[in-house]
Ligand binder design. Structure first.
Ligand code: GLP
Length: 263
């Protein structure tokens, strides 16, 4: 695991946008794992801008989202499919037939989850998985006690997650209490993982995930097992970590980061 600390939300987001854009340029048919949430809105706005201003080409990119609310149809304004169309897919030259999310309106959610796993496999696996972190340390919707080898399945959401996400619903009571999510094991199979974390409210849980023991109580801590995982954070979200000087040294001195110093 590598931790990269940038001074503020804007530069952390810019760095992740650059890494994604470089990955697409070096592999135009990249299989990109996508996340939702407020943190990602800024990133998707920046990727849209890169498409419009710099010609960043998504025409051969395939995407798989981490999760979807159980019971919400794709055209529901609170579904993650709707979120993805609104914040990214409607503004770039991606072929929507190459964009995948679990279908929250499927009659049999368990077979839909199994189908989703197969789809990822058929695409050759995920090249780059983008992640955020929930206030209870979840990745995707892998709530506490998610098995570290879990695959895509239905998960009951915690009260903390419901409190964090229900304000995004017009009627907070309409937020589903269950979601379909890639498992921790599915996420760990991605060839590369980049997690973007910004803001003070994430500082404590991020320190636990990065510097604490690996535990299913904080599913993001499982990323310590991943051979190629980079956490990109702003100073606020980094504030509770103890090895910040080491992390800063890495960005300042390791050759792979030289090209990104001007961001
Ligand atoms: C949801 C998603 C997570 C995301 C989290 C963080 O719970 N399932 O994948 O990481 O939101 O959201 P925010 O960026 O709004 O803090």
């Amino acid at each position: 695991m590598e931790v990269i600390i940038r001074p503020d939300t804007g530069s952390a987001t810019e760095l992740v946008a650059r890494l994604i854009s470089d990955a697409i340029k070096s592999k135009p048919d990249l299989v990109l794992g996508l996340a939702t949430g407020r943190t990602m809105e800024r990133l998707y706005a920046r990727l849209t801008q890169m498409h419009k201003m710099e010609g960043l080409d998504f025409s051969s990119v395939r995407t798989f989202n981490l999760d979807e609310y159980a019971g919400l149809a794709p055209d529901d304004p609170n579904s993650y499919r709707f979120y993805m169309d609104k914040h990214l897919f409607n503004h770039i030259n991606i072929d929507k037939r190459n964009t995948f999310l679990p279908d929250g309106s499927a009659e049999d959610l368990d077979s839909e989850c199994a189908r989703y796993e197969r789809k990822i496999e058929e695409a050759g696996g995920i090249d780059l998985q983008l992640l955020g972190i929930g206030s209870d340390g979840h990745i995707g919707f892998n709530e506490p006690l998610s098995a570290l080898r879990s695959r895509t399945r239905v998960k009951a959401l915690t009260p903390a997650t419901i409190a964090q996400n229900s304000p995004l619903f017009d009627d907070p009571a309409r937020m589903p209490k269950r979601a379909m999510t890639m498992g921790v094991g599915t996420i760990l199979d991605a060839k590369r993982v980049i997690m973007l974390v910004t803001g003070k409210s994430k500082a404590e849980v991020l320190a636990k995930a990065v510097e604490g023991p690996i535990t299913s109580m904080i599913s993001a801590s499982a990323l310590q097992l991943h051979p190629r995982c980079t956490i990109i954070t702003d100073e606020d979200a980094a504030s509770c970590m103890s090895e910040k000087n080491y992390y800063r040294w890495i960005f300042g001195n390791e050759p792979e980061w030289k090209a990104y110093h001007k961001i």
